[in-house]
Design a protein around this ligand. Structure first.
Ligand code: ADP
Ligand code: MG
Ligand code: MG
Ligand code: MG
Length: 401
């Protein structure tokens, strides 16, 4: 197309118009930039008369956070488009279709999912998604199993991992999730009302030991190709459909990091119910729904992953060694619980927060929600290596509530 520069609306329309078979030559196209503008541009281009539309997502060569900006590789757009294509093959229907990727412009054309809602917003609204656990557990089992050494020839895996070497985005995760929240870092951001909580985090040696071990796994355990940023803001949803977007952080890492991201974000919403529901009964009811979903995501993931292993396992010894499958799944569960906790803690004291809690207008409710999220997050981190069942996660959440 042309040399890299951030596109404007007119150029985005021209590119969309030039795509084969998307719009009629004489179509009246509309275009809006709908991204949040920190890392990427997202253009929504539509021919309303014909009911056709497309999304163009373009990486910006920098990250903008609280006024500051630092350079960030455009290669993440390639990683995102390749990850979406691979996920689409492994988990059909659970990611947007990719129409094209342009390397020069770091630009991906993809299916418009505007008929879906971002799951974080859906949960904030109090909506329920009974099919979600089934969909996301399929996504997780299919993508994680078939990119692991269990479902994939290990030489193919090593070749594939070359395409998903993602040092700059991994470094963001390393710092923002596994380091800054546990020290007095400049990037941290929290309300003064909970400074006591921050101080406690910075001096909790037992917690630091567990986070150091989880961080080591994040850095070294190339278990499967991860989405890498699987929070509820990366999931588009309706009661019937679930679509995972935004895998620009994809890399080979520990499976529990993706599963834990899903569970940790459901639990952040759980904490945010402090300020959300009309009555105590409604709050308890919605929280029960969220906890059921957490249990269900894990239980269905485990069952589907084991079924894939039984049918498609490529590693003879791993398939046959007595007790190995149980040992493997237990470690994935432990990692899931630990990473879920890390994801919660960073969203309260670290750089990027979640709207579920930040948008609570009532300061007292917001503070209760923040303290609850931290209690749950810290307890999960401390539980992780001792866990043998998902029920322990639920018990831990209830005990902290
Ligand atoms: P970023 O990496 O900058 O977070 P995302 O891929 O998460 O970008 O997209 C940012 C926002 O753009 C999403 O929250 C959503 O509102 C919109 N968006 C992204 N992809 C699509 C899509 N395929 N269809 C409709 N809207 C989308
Ligand atoms: Mg964003
Ligand atoms: Mg995003
Ligand atoms: Mg992103």
């Amino acid at each position: 197309m042309s040399a890299y520069h951030p596109l404007d609306v007119t150029e985005a329309i021209a590119i969309a118009r030039g795509l084969d078979g998307v719009f009629q030559p004489d179509a009246q196209l509309t275009c809006r930039e709908i991204g949040d503008g920190n890392l990427n541009l997202v253009f929504h281009i539509a021919d309303p008369a014909a009911g056709r539309s497309i999304i163009l997502k373009q990486a910006l060569p920098y990250a903008k956070v609280v006024g500051e900006s630092w350079p960030l590789t455009l290669d993440r757009a390639r990683i995102e488009s390749e990850a979406l294509r691979l996920e689409g093959k492994l988990a059909p229907g659970l990611v947007p279709a990719v129409y094209f990727y342009d390397q020069e412009l770091a630009l991906t054309g993809m299916e418009d999912l505007s008929d879906h809602i971002i799951m974080r917003q859906g949960l904030m609204n109090g909506s329920r998604y009974p099919l979600f656990a089934g969909h996301i557990s399929t996504f997780l089992a299919q993508t994680l199993f078939f990119t692991s050494d269990l479902g994939h020839n290990q030489q193919e895996k090593k070749l594939l991992s070359r395409s998903f070497t993602n040092p700059e985005l991994c470094k963001i995760t390393e710092d923002l999730i596994f380091d800054d929240p546990y020290r007095d870092a400049e990037s941290n951001s929290f309300e003064e009302t909970i400074r006591d909580e921050a101080l406690a985090l910075w001096s909790d040696g037992e917690l630091h030991l567990e986070v150091a071990i989880l961080r080591e796994k994040f850095l070294t355990h190339a278990q499967a190709l991860l989405h890498g940023d699987l929070h509820t803001g990366s999931i588009f949803i309706t009661p019937e459909s679930t679509k995972v977007i935004d895998p620009e952080f994809a890399y080979f890492g520990p499976m529990g990091f993706d599963i834990g991201a899903v569970l940790g974000n459901l639990l952040l919403n759980y904490a945010s119910r402090e300020g959300r529901d009309g009555s105590d009964a409604e709050r308890e009811d919605y929280r029960a729904y969220l906890l059921d979903t957490v249990t269900d995501v894990w239980a269905q993931f485990e069952a589907k992953f084991l079924a894939l292993w039984n049918e498609h396992g490529v590693d003879r010894l791993a398939n046959a060694a007595p007790g190995y499958k149980e040992h493997y799944m237990q470690r994935v569960l432990q990692d899931t619980i630990g990473f879920a906790g890390c994801k919660m803690v960073r969203r309260i004291v670290g750089l990027a927060h979640v709207a579920d809690i930040d948008k609570l207008a009532d300061a007292a409710a917001r503070e209760r929600a923040q303290r609850l999220a931290l209690r749950i997050g810290k307890s999960l981190i401390k539980l992780n290596r001792g866990a043998v069942s998902i029920n322990q996660l639920v018990d831990t959440v209830l005990a902290a509530s």
